[in-house]
Design a protein around this ligand. Structure first.
Ligand code: HEM
Ligand code: HEM
Length: 227
């Protein structure tokens, strides 16, 4: 994508209007992570009620866990807007952002806004706890792990509902389709704020890693993990 033209064709001292355009914000691994996470969550949820589907429930659940571990890694070494240090902010900034939503000119963030960031941290944390308690219940460490697992998943569903609501409200307030941005990776912004590389190689490695993990799980190379 021709985004890194900021230093060449436009020039560093250009007026902000002149450097405004469609810029790459979400790298490929972040987008693969997000939509695979949604898919795994939906499969795990839909297959949770019946013993018959347990192998799918557990497989989707572990893959969900793997994706979250990858995201922890990518939140440290990933591109600018994927890093936790870019979007996790204190309660003051979060309150300032939330109160700006009531004004005519709400603060706009190129990456995640501080309120959305807390939902993200919540979903990652609760997601990991859901996988751990699911594994403990499945491994017969105690019936109460099953109860805890269900309870954690219910809180996770609440945070996901807030997340989706927040995405829709921000899309309307900022007049930008955030859902589509999570698909093609681009938003409107200053060309100087674009990330440089989409990170295709890491994206392909992530897909290959997920494929290998699923193969190892389903071909009984990790038999202790499956029903
Ligand atoms: C179909 C329903 C969903 C839609 C439309 C959606 C949409 C989005 C969008 C637009 C963003 C970027 C927000 C921003 O611009 O700041 C995002 C981020 C995120 N969403 Fe969702 N989401 C959905 C479901 C979920 C579910 C079910 C989960 C967790 C199980 C989830 C977890 C996350 C996470 C962790 C991020 C942060 C992405 C990153 O930086 O890696 N989302 N989502
Ligand atoms: C995205 C991750 C996951 C989600 C959303 C999820 C969701 C759920 C839900 C909603 C239930 C309750 C079903 C009912 O009403 O009876 C459940 C039960 C269960 N899940 Fe998960 N789960 C996840 C991951 C896992 C993992 C990784 C494992 C095991 C390795 C697992 C093992 C179990 C077991 C054994 C039960 C039955 C618990 C019992 O009733 O004692 N889950 N799960």
């Amino acid at each position: 994508m021709a985004i890194n033209t900021a230093n060449t064709s436009v020039g560093l001292n250009a007026q902000s209007d002149a450097v405004h355009g469609r810029i790459l914000v979400w790298d490929i691994p972040t987008r693969i992570f997000h939509w695979s996470l949604v898919l795994c969550f939906v499969i795990a949820y839909l297959t949770s009620e019946s013993e018959r589907w347990q192998v799918w429930h557990v497989t989707a659940g572990y893959t969900f866990g793997m994706l979250l571990l990858f995201r922890l890694f990518w939140g440290v070494v990933g591109t600018r807007y994927a890093r936790f240090s870019d979007f996790v902010q204190g309660p003051k900034q979060t309150m300032r952002y939330l109160s700006s939503l009531l004004t005519r000119h709400p603060h706009h963030y190129v990456g995640h806004n501080p309120a959305g960031a807390w939902a993200i941290i919540g979903m990652i944390g609760l997601g990991l706890l859901a996988v751990l308690t699911g594994w403990a219940s499945f491994s017969d460490y105690g019936d109460w792990f099953g109860e805890l697992h269900e309870g954690i998943v219910n809180v996770l569903i609440l945070v996901i509902a807030i997340h989706i609501g927040g995405v829709l409200v921000s899309s309307v307030l900022h007049r930008e389709n955030l859902v589509r941005s999570m698909v093609h990776g681009c938003k409107q912004g200053n060309l100087l704020d674009a990330i440089r590389y989409p990170q295709w190689i890491v994206g392909v490695l992530l897909l290959v890693g997920l494929g290998l993990f699923l193969w190892a799980l389903l071909s009984s190379r990790l038999p202790a993990l499956l029903p």
